[in-house]
Every structure is written in structure tokens, then in C-alpha cells.
Design a protein around this ligand. Structure first.
Ligand SMILES: Nc1ncnc2c1ncn2[C@@H]1O[C@H](COP(=O)(O)OP(=O)(O)OP(=O)(O)O)[C@@H](O)[C@H]1O
Length: 603
């Protein structure tokens, strides 16, 4: 990051000499437009490219910036440069207000968010047009003094655009390399999982939106003086957000530099063909390039180039992993089953539009134990995990963790508090590598590590789950067994006190099941408390200290595995026939704790 930061500053300083080269004003204007679009596309990408919330309302925030500057400079005689921070603040405030409403509503995602932001553009345009802000006449800015930054007016505009572009790109770079950026990329891939892994999704989206809008506002402020006559017709067009989207997509939305590439390419292409019929040829060629890129390079020009470069260079070797990080800390020392209640559910109900998935479930999870949740399909086991991890809100009842109520608490805070879960069908972040997938919960879960330490720790969990060789692969390149183990590694990386495993063995071969059982033992022996939903009885009997059997959303039986499995009500509702009494006994909690710590230390 430091290198990129210096590179951007050096490029900015180098480009700042252009106005003194004595180029015709025409070239300075073209360069102004390139930088103008670079700043707009980069600011859009901060929210939309990183988090996947495609905004078609960027024109609204850009326009708010234009009108803020125009109004302050013409009606209140505020010097132009002083109006720019105001343009940023007003646009950011408007974005925050819109985001505060839009991001609260779960249903407003994907195309609904795009439509909402597009609608916001027209609402803003209508308000401005029909109030004294514009009044239908537009705002003339020809009387506003252009600050003397460059040797000429066109040089000044160029320098202003350069400054804003550098500021925007630096902001985008900083977010890209931050914990905030990692959270946004996770939101892009699977927002619900990101929240359950500890990412404060609402706050992150709102922050990214405010920053994106604020930067668009500054660009608008500069552009108001550049065009010198501001009208709603020219400002609030659908063409503007569309252009910005296409520029970012062309360059690549998953990299901070993607919009720079896209904006430069499209602006130069359009301006290479100006005048007469060639303008149409320019637009046609731009469209053609876009179609080719979208069809054959979905990651954009820069994304494709980086992929090609990584393949040529060869993926970073697994040996680049740090040699040792102490994964097992005080909180993970083997504790054995203490009898202390860690998690308590009291009368928990969960309904889905008439389907009563949980009908007053009460149960306790004790520190250090492996508690098996069993029951026929549809009996409510996964729903219990979903409500305990905050994925769903309870309809009624209370869940407490370490004596504190967690029902009603946002999922990211529950994760931070020390509860982690896996998904029955693995839900990795598709565009993050295996290593990044594991580092994310280490950053946002109970461990709350900084980015570098989290990555170092992720290597340890990859070694623990046998995934080291796949660290730089994308989840799509893993087989089912590896994807299940990735789920384990992610849950473990957050250093949870309670780990909820939802059918982690389904779909695995017998030898893979043996491996997974051994892994679960190692995890428990480290002191984690485990809630284990499973149908594979061999594993249940081998691992569980206690069992709770669900049936139709209620607790049917609970107790020691051998005792519960013989009960007639369990046999008739779930097993069909009684289990053999000589099934293997569950191991004790601290049986091999020392061995596991040793393994981790050498991993
Ligand atoms: N998001 C949802 N919307 C509607 N109904 C749901 C939802 N999630 C679960 N259900 C319903 O709640 C009931 C309990 O489902 P749940 O997945 O908790 O059962 P389960 O015991 O985990 O089953 P399985 O062993 O098959 O995974 C089922 O009738 C299911 O259809």
C-alpha cells in the first residue's frame, strides 16, 4: 500500500507541471475531463464496486455538489474554493440520509437499491428545479472569480481536477487496503454471512456511501465553475451515472485502480472521435469495447491484466506463511466440561409466515461440552443455530450468552462476543481467496485482530484444517470436503467460545468423515464449546457429551447420548429403531489438549 500511495503522489506531482508546459488550452481541457471522470468513477467504485451496491444515483450527489457551489458562490459570495468542502458535506449528508433509510430495509439490495438511487436523482432534480435554488433558469457562474492556481484559467481547472482525482484515488486506495475495505468486499459476496462473521454491515455501507457521495460532491463543485452555467437538464441526466458505471466495469471494480483505467480509456476514446460522424463512430467503438470486455473479461481490463500477471508470476508459495503465531491463547486453554451454562435459550419461538420452525425451545449449552442437536428433517435444528447466531431474529423468547441477552442483538455483535457458526451448505466469499476468507473472521470476530495479524493467524488455521496448499485458490476451486474444512477454518479463526457446526459431515465420504471427526475432537480439546447438528450417528455417538433431540420445533428429549437414543419417543420420532448399546463412548474434554497445542505450535 505504501508503494501505491507514493506512486499516486508522485504521479500527481508529475502531472501538476502540465499547465506550465505551454500546451494549447484544448489539451488541458481534455486532461481536465479525464481527471474529472477518474474522480467520479473512483468515488462511485468506493461503494458500488467494493460492496456491490450499484448506485445509479451518483448524478444526484454530483449535482448536489454543483448546486451547493453554484448557490454559495453566486448568492452568498463565498470564495469558490471555500464552497468545495461545503459541496462535499452537503452531498455526503444527503447520501447518509438516503443510505440510513435504504440500508435499514433488508429487501433493498441489488436492483432495488439501483432503482431507489436512480429515483433519488429525479426527486433531487425536481426539488432543485422547482425551488429558488434553480427556479428553472439555471445558475450563471460567469461572475465567480476563478482562483489563480495555474498560469491560465484552463490550467487552474486542470489542477483542481488533478487535486480532486488524487484525493479520491488515495481515499479509494486506503479503503481498499483497510479492514473497512475487506468488510465491503465481504458484503459484496454474501452480506448475511459477512454480518454473522462480525462485519458491521450497516455501518460499513453507510460509511462507504457517505464517502462516495462526498467525493462526488467535490467533483460537482469544481465542475460547476468549469461549465459556468449550471442547469438541472444538463446535470441530472441518466447518462452520467451510466457512464461512471461503464467506466468502472471496463477498468475493473474490484481494484482501486480499475476506474482509473476505465475512465481514461473511455474519455480518450470518445474525444479521439469528436465532430461530425466520427462522434458516432467513437460512441459505437466504446460500446463495442464494453461488450467485448463484459463478455470476455468480467473482471475488467485491470482485473484481467492482474490475473494474467499472477499466473505468469506463479501464485505466492505456501511457504510465504509466517512460521509461527500463537493461535491458542488464554481463552482457548482446555477447560473441560465445567457445568457452567454458557448459552441459554428460554422459550424460543421462530415463525416464518405461518411456518412455526421453533415452538418454545428451552435448552442450555455448558462450557466445554459438545452438545449434539438431533432430530428429523425440518425439526428446527438449523433454525436454532440461525437464531442463536443472530442470522434470524427470534419471534419470542430469550437467548443468553454468558448471562447477557443476545436475542435482538445484531449478528455482528454476537460474533464479536464469541459465537461462530458454519453453514450446512458452505457459503464462502466467492471472490476472496481461501486465505482471505479465513482472515476475515479473525479480523471481525471475537479475536478482533488487525489485518496483518489476522492473515498470519489465518495461515495457522489453514494448516490446522489441511488447507495450506489451497491458500491462494478461490473457493470455487475447492472440492466439497475442502469447502467444508474452509467453513471450519473460518469459524475457528474468529476464536469463538461457542462453535456451532451445522451438518458439517453431510456429503463427505467415510474417510473424510473420520478426518472431520478427528478435527472436531481437536477443536474441542482446545477448549471450545461445540453445538453439533448432525445426522451421521457414528460421529454423533463418538463426539457428543450430551444430546438434545428436536421434533417439530420442540425439544423432545435431552441427556446422555446412549440414554437418549434408547428412549421410545426418540426411536419412534427420529431413529426408527433403537441404537446398538455398544456404540463408542464420547471422549473426555481435555483428552488430548496438550497434543493439539503442540500441533498448532508446529503448524
Ligand atoms: N427462511 C425460511 N423461510 C421459511 N421457512 C423456513 C426458513 N428456514 C426454515 N424454515 C422452515 O422451518 C422448519 C425448520 O427448518 P430447519 O432448517 O430449521 O430444520 P432442520 O431440523 O435443520 O432440518 P434439516 O435436518 O433438514 O436441515 C422447516 O419447516 C423449514 O421449511
Amino acid at each position: 500500500m505504501k508503494r501505491s500511495f507514493l506512486l499516486i503522489l508522485a504521479a500527481g506531482a508529475g502531472l501538476a507541471v502540465v499547465p506550465w508546459l505551454g500546451l494549447p488550452a484544448f489539451y488541458e481541457s481534455i486532461l481536465y475531463l479525464v481527471l474529472h471522470w477518474v474522480a467520479l468513477a473512483t468515488s462511485w467504485n468506493l461503494l458500488s464496486g467494493y460492496s456491490g451496491y450499484f448506485s445509479f444515483g451518483h448524478g444526484a450527489f454530483f449535482g448536489i455538489g454543483m448546486y451547493t457551489t453554484a448557490t454559495l458562490a453566486t448568492r452568498f459570495d463565498i470564495p469558490f474554493l471555500w464552497t468545495l468542502p461545503a459541496a462535499a458535506v452537503v452531498a455526503a449528508l444527503f447520501g447518509t440520509l438516503l443510505g440510513a433509510v435504504a440500508f435499514r430495509v433488508q429487501a433493498v439490495r441489488a436492483e432495488l437499491f439501483s432503482l431507489l438511487t436512480l429515483a433519488a436523482t429525479f426527486v433531487v432534480a425536481t426539488i432543485i428545479l422547482n425551488t429558488p435554488i434553480d427556479g428553472g433558469l439555471g445558475v450563471y457562474m460567469s461572475a465567480v472569480a476563478v482562483p489563480q492556481i495555474g498560469p491560465t484559467a484552463s490550467g487552474t481547472f486542470y489542477l483542481l481536477a488533478l487535486g480532486v482525482a488524487v484525493l479520491t484515488v488515495l481515499a479509494s486506495l486506503a479503503v481498499y487496503h483497510s479492514r473497512f475495505g475487506t468488510g465491503l468486499f465481504a458484503i459484496h459476496d454474501d452480506e448475511d454471512v459477512a454480518e454473522v462473521m462480525g462485519v458491521p454491515t450497516y455501518r460499513f455501507k453507510l460509511g462507504a456511501f457517505a464517502l462516495s457521495c462526498g467525493l462526488a460532491g467535490v467533483v460537482g463543485g469544481v465542475h460547476a465553475l468549469f461549465v459556468s452555467y449550471v442547469t438541472t437538464g444538463d446535470t441530472f441526466t441518466i447518462a452520467m451515472p451510466l457512464t461512471v458505471v461503464l467506466m468502472s466495469v471496463l477498468g475493473g471494480t474490484r481494484h482501486w485502480a480499475g476506474p482509473i483505467v476505465g475512465a481514461t480509456a473511455i474519455t480518450l476514446l470518445l474525444y479521439a472521435f469528436t465532430g461530425g460522424d466520427s462522434a458516432i463512430i467513437g460512441k459505437g467503438m466504446t460500446g463495442l469495447v464494453l461488450i467485448v470486455v463484459i463478455l470476455f473479461m468480467p473482471e475488467g481490463l485491470l482485473g484481467q491484466a492482474l490475473k494474467w500477471w499472477n499466473v505468469r508470476r506463479g501464485a505466492p508459495a505456501a511457504s510465504s506463511a509466517p512460521v509461527h503465531v500463537a493461535v491458542a491463547d488464554e481463552a482457548q486453554k482446555p477447560v473441560g466440561i465445567t457445568g457452567e451454562v454458557l448459552l441459554r435459550a428460554e422459550g424460543v419461538r421462530k415463525s416464518f409466515k405461518g411456518v412455526h420452525a421453533l415452538r418454545g425451545v428451552s435448552l442450555e449449552v455448558r462450557r466445554g461440552e459438545i452438545l449434539g442437536l438431533l432430530g428429523p428433517n425440518g425439526s428446527g435444528k438449523s433454525t436454532f443455530i440461525n437464531v442463536a447466531s443472530g442470522h434470524y431474529a427470534v419471534t419470542a423468547g430469550v437467548i443468553e450468552f454468558e448471562g447477557r441477552r443476545i436475542s435482538g442483538v445484531p449478528a455482528h455483535r454476537i460474533a464479536r462476543g464469541g459465537i461462530a457458526r458454519t453453514y450446512q451448505i458452505p457459503r464462502p466469499f466467492a471472490h476472496l481467496t481461501v486465505l482471505e476468507n479465513v482472515a476475515l473472521p479473525a479480523m471481525f470476530g471475537a479475536a478482533a485482530l488487525d489485518r496483518r495479524t489476522a492473515e498470519a493467524e489465518a495461515w495457522q488455521w489453514l494448516a490446522f484444517t489441511g488447507l495450506t496448499e489451497r491458500a491462494h485458490a478461490l473457493p470455487a476451486e475447492l472440492n466439497l470436503h475442502q469447502r467444508k474444512f474452509l467453513e471450519f477454518a473460518r469459524a475457528l479463526a474468529s476464536r469463538p467460545q461457542v462453535l456451532m457446526l451445522d451438518e458439517v459431515l453431510s456429503g463427505l465420504t467415510p474417510s473424510e468423515i473420520d478426518e472431520a471427526v478427528a478435527l472436531i475432537r481437536r477443536i474441542r480439546d482446545q477448549g471450545a464449546t461445540i453445538v453439533f447438528v448432525e445426522h451421521v450417528m457414528r460421529a454423533v455417538m463418538a463426539l457428543c457429551d450430551r444430546i438434545v433431540v428436536f421434533n417439530r420445533g420442540e425439544v423432545l428429549a435431552e441427556g446422555a447420548p446412549h440414554d437418549v437414543m434408547q428412549r421410545p419417543e426418540v426411536v419412534s420420532a427420529y431413529l426408527g429403531q433403537a441404537m446398538e448399546p455398544e456404540a463408542p463412548a464420547a471422549p473426555t474434554a481435555a483428552s488430548s489438549a496438550v497434543g493439539v497445542e503442540r500441533e498448532l505450535a508446529h503448524a
